[in-house]
Design a protein around this ligand. Sequence first.
Ligand code: AQP
Length: 333
Amino acid sequence: TPRVFSGIQPSGGLTLGNYLGAITKFVDMQNAGTHETIYCMVDLHAITVWQDPATLRHNTRELCAGFLASGIDPEKSILINQSQVPEHAQLGWIFNCVARMGWMGRMTQWKDKSGENAEGASLGLFAYPALMAADILVYHATHVPVGDDQKQHLELTRDVATKFNHDYGVDFFPITEPVIEGAATRVMSLRDGTKKMSKSDPVDASRINLTDDADAIAKKFRKAKTDPDPLPGSAAGLEGRPDARNLVNIYAALAGRSVDDVLAEQEGKMFGYFKQELADLAVEKLSPISGEMSRLMQDTSEIDRILSRGAERAREITVPILERVYDIVGMVR
Ligand code: AQP
């Protein structure tokens, strides 16, 4: 069976962006039953920027709770924490020797995150996409559900696979397809409709956290940036209105409906009214998840057990693939 792999960084709490852009698709692909699904907390990626150790441990377990509460079933999917499956990092090293400096330097996430201070950024932040290629290819995964911001990294994954196959004269690694679909492939900040909603944004009001309570969700949507015009009758009317578009996209994704369908119903309404509708819908969809997350976090031994079992199952796949890679590359074993 073909394999799906995707991951999320435990670099903060889960946001509505992670949920709509990634997790809901993870659940759909798991339940479709057409692929073997592997989902990962990528803690090795998180430490490419400083993480307080106790906070990282907490965030990793809470992220696992978020996966479980959203419908990832550890019997149907393999659920893992990256550092517990050492073959990710081992193949990551090999890919550091396949990928080129120039490829990494062109990554927009590297440019955004290193900013003015590239000299002071970690070497890991620069090499991040090579490890991400390893995360995927150590399973020979062919499909990767992600948000729109990860498109460039997935192209690099294809480049790494192609170059490895070419350099060693083998047809070993598959060429991966990104799966970027739906109304919310790019959820924007509630404070700036041109900026991605992000767990590491210093302004908490810019995002909905999966752990926010009903009051916090309502308040954040009420204060979300919009424009003074009413809602248009179709998606074309959202052109040049990034904040308005963002709220409509979020509504459509939460409701599981198309943007045009939502607008046909809401045409002419003012945002004061629509934001209340949106807040009600978000609370209805998200509060069962946050409730289940806090229940799971009361005793984390269950989570740790699920992750150990996930790592065992994962290594049944990754160990033989890494052995073959070592043979191809010429390592004595
Ligand atoms: N705003 C978003 N809209 C849609 N999808 C999103 N994703 C993240 N933000 C949005 C998707 O979530 C998955 C996991 O992302 P990640 O944790 O690996 O890191 P990220 O993309 O860098 O997400 P953040 O929240 O912005 O984290 P920080 O602040 O630590 O950098 C990916 O599939 C991503 O596309």
